[in-house]
Structure formats: C-alpha cells, structure tokens
Design a protein around this ligand. Sequence first.
Ligand code: FO1
Length: 318
Amino acid sequence: MPPAKKLKITALAGGVGASKLLLGLYEVMDPGLLTIIVNTGDDIALHGLKISPDLDIVTYTLAGVVDSAKGWGIRGETFHALKRLAGYGRANWFNLGDRDLATHIHRTGMLAEGKTLSQAADSIRTALRVKSRILPMSDDPIPTMIDSNEGSLHFQEYLVKRRTEPVVRGIRFAGAESARPAPGVLEAIRDADRVIICPSNPLISIGPILAVPGIREQLRTHKEKVFAVCPIVGGKSLKGPSDKMLVQLGLKPAALGVAKLYADFTSIFVIDPADKSQSAAISALGMKVVILPTVMKTRAQKRKLARALLSLSPSSAL
Ligand code: FO1
C-alpha cells in the first residue's frame, strides 16, 4: 500500500458539508490523486440555464473562490443580472450571482453544443485550476423530487424557495432507473485505494449517487476500502436539513440511523466523540467504528480529519 500522501482517493460528495472535508483532503494529499463523484440531483434549470449547485460548490471551494460564509457561490459576488431578470418578471428566489452566471452560461452552452455534463464539469474545474478530477454522478438528469404536504417539489424549491418548511413525505430521484453512471465513475471506485463517503446528507446528497444503477453495487464489491464520515453529530446535521428530513421520514436523526443506511457498502464508519455511546450498536451492523472529531469549523480541523482518514488502514476494518 502506498504511503498516506500517495493514496488514490475517490470521494462521494454533496455540496457544502462535503466541501469542508474535500478542502482538507485537497491540502494534505496530492490533489491529482483525488477524484470526486458529485451529486447532481440538486441540478435545476432556471432562466434557460443548467445550474449544477453541488458541482459548482465543490469546484469553487477547491479553487479557493467560494463564498466561505455561505458555502456556495463566489466570494465578493454581485447580483446586477438577477435584479434585471426580476425586472423582467422572472423568478429571483435562487440567488445567481453575476460571476456565477458565467459558469452556468458556459455549461449550458457546452450542453447545447452537444457536450456532456462531465465535459462541462471538467472544463470548469480545469479553467479554475482545480487539480482533482470532479465527476458528476451521471450525465443523465436525475432531479431529486420531494413529495411533501404541499405536493411534489424540486429539491431546490423545497430547500431554497420554501426554506424546508413543507413536511417531507418521500424523496424520489426522477429517472434514476434508466440513468447511467458518468464516464469514469465506476472505474474511480474500483481503482481507488480508499473511497470516502463525505459528511453529506445521506438522503438527498449521497442518496441520489447511490440511486444511479451500478454505483451502490460497485461500492459493495469494494466494501473493504469504503469509509464513511457521519454527517450527524449529537442528533443534529453538521450542515443542512438532514436531521429534520430523517425525522419526517420516520428515521432516527442519529449516527446509528445513518450507519444503517450505509452498512451494506461501508467497512469503516467515522463518528464524532459526541456519539461514542452508539459505537456498539453501529459495530453490530458489521462496520468498524472509528471515533474522530468531525466538526470542521477551521482549516486546521478540516486538515486534521483528512489526515486522520488517510492514516486509517482498510485492513484494520477486516
Ligand atoms: N442556497 C440557498 O440557500 N439560497 C440560494 O439562493 C442559493 C443559490 C445558489 C446558487 C448557486 C449555487 O451553486 C448554489 C446555491 N445555493 C443556494 C446552494 C444550494 O441550493 C444548496 O446548498 C445545494 O444544492 C445543496 O448542496
């Protein structure tokens, strides 16, 4: 096995929560050996443009241009175009900044020219000098739909327009059955020394990736090298509405609840010291439990968790 810094890592990621750990990994390892498979269930078409929030959040974070206070969008952004769009009577509930719009125009232009989402994602990350490969989970559209007491809502309508107020009754990944993993996704899982499931929402960030036919099976095949970092600490989500959604769907907002969702394809489950009382119950699911501080507020905390993950050996899970 190569030394920790030379390991090939493949990460499964949503947006803001995942990006904290990804930044840590990017800074402590050779970023050229990092491949990130990103959720595209959050993608939405607005103003005729294809918006891929999680791909952009990951790319902007690793490029060092993200608005780190919000976790999405570009630092120092202006919103002149959005104001003009609102002046034309267009919806302005999704805050698209002027510079961010250039990304969406470029991506939409590439798709209109017959290129794939993977090619657009690669063009954007290369232009922003991000050294890691960033792959969408699929080139096929798989919008995450929230069935709620207000009817069926696109995930961004639920999250941003309705501020997670509707009560969630179910989650669907529309079109997943006939979608294919994007080029390189299955190979990136097969060829990695470690696969890291980032601390992202298990239902609406990692869930859509697992719903793409072939991905969950590939993870199961390589279970011995799959490590997951739990996104719930002390019963609360590290980021976003996971805890509330889990409760509304009748699941427990606890590390153990997430562990149950991942047990078939994960060998090491990383939990925060706050949840160590759940260790035995998680181990009983057949995973090795590793306790590490997973709350990442500072750059030092992001790097520390990344280093600790790289030093875990798959063999210790067997
Ligand atoms: N999140 C918000 O809460 N409000 C917004 O207006 C918003 C705009 C936005 C624009 C571009 C982009 O890439 C992301 C944006 N996000 C916004 C974040 C995004 O909705 C979610 O955080 C992710 O989809 C969940 O990972």
